[in-house]
Write a protein that binds this ligand. Sequence first.
Ligand SMILES: [Zn+2]
Length: 370
Amino acid sequence: MGTPSPAQHVLLGDGRRHRPALFTGSHHRCLGSGRALPYSADRGKKSVNRQTLDDLKQQIPLMGYLQAHDWQPARPLSRGRWMGLCPLHQDHKPSFLVDPNKDLFFCYGCGRGGDVIRFAELYHQVKFPQALMLLRQWRGAGPLLQEVARFYGIQLHRHNEAIAYLYQRGIRSPELIEHMRIGYAPGGCLRGWLTQLGHSCSALRQAGLVTGVGYDAYVRRIVFPLEDNLYGRSLSTSAPPHRFLPGSKGGLYCWTQARSHPEVILVEGLFDYALLWQAGFQNVTCSLGTHLNARQFRQLCDGPRTVYLAFDADANGSGQQAAQCLSRSLRERGITARLVWLPDGHDPNSFFVQGGDVRQFQSLLEAAQP
Ligand SMILES: [Zn+2]
């Protein structure tokens, strides 16, 4: 018998046309464009104009939005479509199909699909009106942040003090610098460059990239682009070490890549993440601090897994206390948590910088206690 031919597929059922191939018709029943018209938000209290939605979707191409939320296409298909790991469920084999020409996605694993608005709803786990709000915010700041990241990426290779600092923190591989899109903010040049490109000073101030009096907000900082923010680590000891733009720090760092592993290592800082990734651990993610926001916590709990908490072994014990507290909350949600005990005064970054190797870190993982 075998699989019916495509011609048979079309004739199956009660006379209606079945389409085995996705996106061949105007819309798939799972896709957002199949909604009743007009979109209505909040039980019809406020009706959103169809044209407004179409404009929003046109301004935010799905592929760009996915990639800004660290989705990576794994393999090309015909007609410009791509497959990759699904950012919406724990995916081990690429099952997430993206059609950049139609701005639609569909996942063969979790069966969900739609347009960029539907994706934002599912990814951020919010209702339709909030998804619209997030997308509007992103439309304002997202593309700007992409440009900032690109600019700072170029600056990195022009400033020896930045490369020297990375070297001192153990960051040596070009692949890592590319993977994390590490850049350098020397200060005093971003505003001029962005205004030349046509961005208004007020937009830059609103995004927090420029101070009230018009100076670059990030000065002598190594910068790491986050999904909707920018983390800056100061080279100077006289400035506060950590800096973010106003707004949320976002979800777990590179969660799309980490979540497909049954065992995940969670670290506090991006320099910890960097050295673990460089050492070959692909199952690492970072919460940017010991306090997880609600979305980061939900992400850790979004599937069965073991989480290794490798927070800093600070002298005052705050990292370990935070780890114990988090481990209890995770266990309440049915997630296996293990506490990794680093040597006193160390974090995963300093562990590797001071000569620790993969095998030694592996044995710390094996010794980790519930
Ligand atoms: Zn999926």
